[in-house]
Write a protein that binds this ligand. Structure first.
Ligand code: PNS
Length: 159
């Protein structure tokens, strides 16, 4: 059984993330979505809230589970026997840093990274932009699942 991890902050999960997770689930026997807990980074949603949003949004995908992690991604992979990291590439601007991380993770633990090209539909999409647009009252429906939209509106105190 070959399993993969889709790591990220998911603050919050977007349809761009879900597209990559769904496609990873078709390539691998099992996929773990790993939510990074980074105490140095101020997040809008707690790790538990992010896990709960992801669990609801991936409920219809078989073989997908959600976990929280802290520390090195390769340690998370090693502890669970996960062979591959799946990352979406939105544009060439993602590539430099993603390549660097992929090479480091391969060097550290022999964990390989599989890059999946983001669907053109979502190539502009980032959680940070969703939060910025929503925070200024912009319409982000259609970019995140309805339940995430509701939680964004509540957290940002929007009507
Ligand atoms: O959604 P993000 O914030 O772009 O995801 C970045 C993430 C979580 C994939 C990356 O920061 C990561 O893997 N962090 C874990 C710490 C780690 O392993 N660092 C070394 C990377 S070579």
């Amino acid at each position: 059984m070959t399993t993969a991890v889709c790591p990220g902050s998911f603050d919050p999960v977007t349809y761009g993330h879900l597209d990559i997770v769904a496609r990873a689930a078709r390539l691998f026997d099992g996929v773990t979505v790993a939510v990074l807990v980074n105490p140095a980074k101020q997040a809008l949603f707690s790790p538990e809230e992010r896990v709960s949003m992801l669990s609801a949004a991936t409920a219809d995908l078989s073989g997908v589970s959600i976990e929280v992690f802290e520390g090195l991604l390769v340690d998370f992979c090693r502890e669970r026997g996960i062979a591959a990291i799946v990352k979406g590439l939105r544009a060439v601007t993602d590539f430099d840093y993603e390549l660097q991380m992929a090479q480091m993770n391969s060097r550290l633990a022999g964990v390989e990274t599989v890059f999946v090209p983001t669907s053109p539909e979502w190539s502009f999409l980032a959680s940070s932009l969703v939060k910025e647009v929503a925070g200024h009252g912009g319409d982000v429906s259609g970019l995140v699942p309805p339940s995430v939209l509701r939680q964004l509106q509540a957290r940002l105190d929007l009507p």
